[in-house]
Unconditional design. Structure first.
Length: 117
């Protein structure tokens, strides 16, 4: 679990530094680590298939949480997104675009949350 937490911290840094190659690598590492930790039976075939469909077009992909959805990142841009949409449609999956936005927490909220560890 410490490795998963470290990947998240590295991911935050990659986002802040706009290092999208690193972010893609970390996303893939997150799923691969989770798969090794819990195994295919625990993750479920459908969740694994969503990741594999996305990765076949080169998108970085990981589970969003407990399953049922994945988040895919297309570092190559709109043409890769189009390939992902087509691949997902053929496999019976659909895409909901995600927009990354700044945190709505203020500095006091962040300090309070950080001190409750």
């Amino acid at each position: 679990m410490e490795k998963v937490a470290n990947l998240a911290l590295e991911g935050k840094t990659a986002l802040l530094e706009k290092d999208y190659v690193k972010l893609a690598t970390l996303m893939n590492q997150n799923f691969d680590l989770r798969r090794r930790m819990f195994g295919d039976a625990a993750l479920g075939g459908l969740n694994i298939e969503m990741v594999e469909v996305s990765r076949r077009v080169g998108a970085a992909t990981k589970l969003t949480g407990s399953g049922g959805a994945v988040v895919a990142f297309c570092p190559e841009g709109p043409s890769q997104v189009k390939l992902l949409e087509e691949s997902c449609k053929k496999s019976g999956f659909y895409i909901v675009p995600v927009e990354v936005v700044p945190s709505l927490l203020n500095e006091i909220d962040i300090r309070t949350l950080s001190s409750n560890k």
